[in-house]
Write a protein that binds this ligand. Sequence first.
Ligand code: GUN
Length: 279
Amino acid sequence: MSAVILDGKALAAKMKETVAKESAALPRKPGLAVILVGDDPASAVYVRNKEKDCADCGFLCLDYHLSADTTETELLELIAQMNDAPEVDGILVQLPLPKHLSEESAIRAIAPEKDVDCFTSENVGAMVQGKARFLPCTPGGVMALLDEYGIDPAGKHCVVLGRSNIVGKPMAQLLLQRDATVTICHSKTPNLAEECRRADILVSAVGRVGLVSADMVKEGAVVVDVAMNRGADGKLCGDVLYGEVAEKASYITPVPGGVGPLTRAQLMCNTLAASKNRQ
Ligand code: GUN
């Protein structure tokens, strides 16, 4: 079998087109404040892409690039200012922050109604209870991709590799809400290969090149690769050994062009929703 490619890039373009249309019909442009602290090159690329997405969707994008030695007080003051800014509907603090800054404090400072990343305790709690104000961006994007291809998680065994607050944990929650049976695996899971082989839908969000090989995948499984790694050749790649796994899976996401664009599209959907709530 050769897997059908789950084209995240195409779906993201479609989602953004819908967002742009809805945004144009609002009295005021939705506004997203993007706060980047320091000079992490990967974060700088992500932030540039978000600026482009805002332009595509007709959003106002307010960019704050703070120096690496920004103090916690300065960062929290900026977040407070954005909470009060009427033209700002969404606030995104790009992670990771430099080591001397507390991510927890920064996230706690964001007004939940502007927390378009769905990182605050209030929004995570609402999401877990099935009353989400915003969908977490990467897991929300993955669910949109499964829906686009008619892949229903109900009754399926889903295995999520990784237990981060940004991806692994909320991914498991969204799959559970769609009536999947979910296993979360992590660095202390014994017999990882065996767990993976039980998956009808396997989502890998670890960040380790070559983690998922064909022998770990059930024939006909759906394989979603959330990771964005640099291979030994310097090229972008995920956790999954794409070539060999694509021969065994029924559906597979490419890296790049799979989940990445959907994370950003979901962010645009969330910003639009935040803006509609505020105008
Ligand atoms: N760093 C890596 N992914 C994300 C994300 O989705 N949101 C934010 N704010 N930072 C990130």
